[in-house]
Design a protein around this ligand. Structure first.
Ligand code: PGA
Length: 250
């Protein structure tokens, strides 16, 4: 049985003052008492402070460099993030695939680097609006999973997040049937790559305009094992109802 994971992504938002929200979210995660896992990917500058405050929320990064160190100005390697207190990192978020031109090969290297330093990874995939309109969503998601899947991938340290790009930050979510279709396709892709047992164990999150209003419905869809939440993860007021929705399905 896959336990639901509610993961937040603060993107380039937040300050030390905003960690009061994290403390309130952490209290709710404690109340959920293991019925659901809660994680937040923070700006790197906040990881160390957040890790010292959070007891029941896993603290993570939003990106990691594929190399173990060296001449990469402005970048952070997995060991640095782990030392700061991160236990996981996002890799391949669509904003980085778009803004930093990250390829599936890059994403694969990042996931492997995370693993090498003992971090878990949430590997993001998802089609653009144009790709969906052209009927290519399934094909794109399958190819992204196949090409960015790291060596030795296992549910103990890897989670997939399906985030249609056109649903991120737009307030638009796919129809439930469309989410179900892509998640079934993602599960089948994992089966082809990893075998039945490993595929069944691995969590597949949905991301893109998840809110307290739609979380219960989305989290109840087959093969949706949690949510990756941007805007609605920034405050306890908005994030707690999503955690509660996840816990109520446990
Ligand atoms: P959103 O972002 O919840 O604000 O749509 C999701 C994400 O980018 O992970």
């Amino acid at each position: 049985m896959r336990r639901k994971l509610i993961a937040g992504n603060w993107k380039m938002n937040g300050s030390r003052a905003a960690l009061a929200e994290l403390v309130a979210i952490d209290a709710e995660a404690k109340r959920a008492n293991g019925g659901v896992e809660v994680a937040i990917a923070l700006p790197a500058t906040l990881i160390e402070h957040a890790a010292a405050l959070a007891l029941d929320v896993a603290i993570g990064a939003q990106d990691v460099h594929a190399a173990q160190g060296g001449a990469h100005t402005g970048c952070l390697c997995a060991a640095m993030l782990a030392e700061a207190g991160a236990t996981f990192t996002l890799v391949g978020h669509s904003e980085r695939r778009a803004d930093q031109h990250e390829t599936d090969q890059d994403v694969r290297g990042k996931a492997q680097a995370a693993r090498g330093a003992g971090l878990s990874a949430i590997l993001c995939v998802g089609e653009t609006a144009a790709e969906r309109d052209a009927g290519l969503a399934a094909q794109i998601v399958r190819a992204q999973i196949e090409q960015s899947m790291p060596d030795g991938a296992a549910a103990s340290w890897l989670t997939i997040a399906y985030e249609p790009r056109w649903a991120i930050g737009t307030g638009r979510t796919p129809m439930a049937a469309d989410i179900a279709d892509v998640h079934a396709l993602a599960r089948a892709t994992l089966r082809d790559l990893l075998g039945e047992g490993a595929a069944q164990a691995m969590r597949i999150l949905y991301g893109g305009s998840v809110t307290g209003e739609n979380a219960a419905q989305i989290l109840a869809i087959a093969n949706v094992d949690g949510a990756l939440v941007g805007g609605a993860s920034l405050t306890a007021e908005k994030f707690v109802p999503i955690i509660t929705a996840g816990a109520s399905l446990a």
